[in-house]
Design a protein around this ligand. Sequence first.
Ligand code: GTP
Ligand code: MG
Length: 371
Amino acid sequence: SESLTVAELAKKLGREPSEVIKKLFMLGAMATINQELDKDTIELICAEYEVEVEEEIIVDKTDLEVYFEPEDENLNQERPPVVTIMGHVDHGKTTLLDSIRHTKVTAGEAGGITQHIGAYQVVDDNDKKITFLDTPGHAAFTTMRARGAKVTDLAIIVVAADDGVMPQTVEAINHAKAAEVPIIIAVNKMDKPSANPDRVMQELTEHGLVAEAWGGDTIFVPISALTGDGIDSLLEMVLLVSEVGELKANPARRAIGTVIEAELDKGRGSVATLLVQDGTLKVGDPIVVGNTFGRVRAMVSDTGRRAKEAGPSTPVEITGLNDVPQAGDRFVVFEDEKTARQVGETRATSALQVQRSEKTRVTLDNLFDQL
Ligand code: GTP
Ligand code: MG
């Protein structure tokens, strides 16, 4: 089609729809959020934002958003927070999650080093759910940390009290700041005789994180992931901070979210771990995931159980895609399989073309072709 709605254009420009509506109004046109805009109007608006239509609209994976139409916000309900655990290698991130989940994930890791993003949901004593993403601390996994920070509502940065602030601690802080998510500092390994929490507080002030005890507004929680000390307070703080964010989603609508990781499994084919961010994902749903598509054949929860559906903030593993998507790709559920296939195939083809021409930019004209 040769048009975009106000909401779609706003998304492409990285602006609020209300702002675009205001611009239109100033140009003498009344428009609503779902109103279709013709090419001339789009070019006008782009010019207002000094976006060169031919050059500046970049192919990015968030394009799938346009298939997720704005809906009545009154239908939204509270959803669990998504919390990413970040920090320097060996500072105790996976041990902390083990402790929270009362399991033993670290025992099964090669060399005790996390090399992927683990996604888990826990239910606390008051029946409150929290979704956790574990990220690797090893220097090689910068993109995974950046991705983790992007999909999260809150970041827990784990700093070992016997080691202090290290390079990936700083990197994690920067990812969280870039993603504009609140940060909670878990000062870990407090059981060690060499633990020096004051030093951690001191070092973090240099990165703009001043503890409440020192007159700042950053929450520091001393913990021992090994003994479990302080973990209840940490979870309390997580829930407190996320309540401020009033996290909401509409479980009654078609799902949208992000790929946490994906791989080709010998027996099951393409397997993708998805984080549902809005709506509910169901077995049988026609879906486009990045440049792949299919129908959700089977779903497995983080505890390895078969699931029929997954609501907002739930991580879930799915099969049924025609190809392996990439971590960080967005996914959207469609009403019918035919459209999902069309969109998926078009995206795959245009991704190939972009790859071939080694171009990352498209003109507005072939942007329309992608829709
Ligand atoms: P990467 O995923 O590789 O970045 O490491 P990680 O941050 O997940 O660290 P991990 O949980 O694997 O812990 C590293 C080591 O520190 C392990 O030997 C843990 O047993 C130990 N450790 C973690 N937390 C504590 C703690 O609170 N106290 C003590 N004494 N040791 C801990
Ligand atoms: Mg780990």
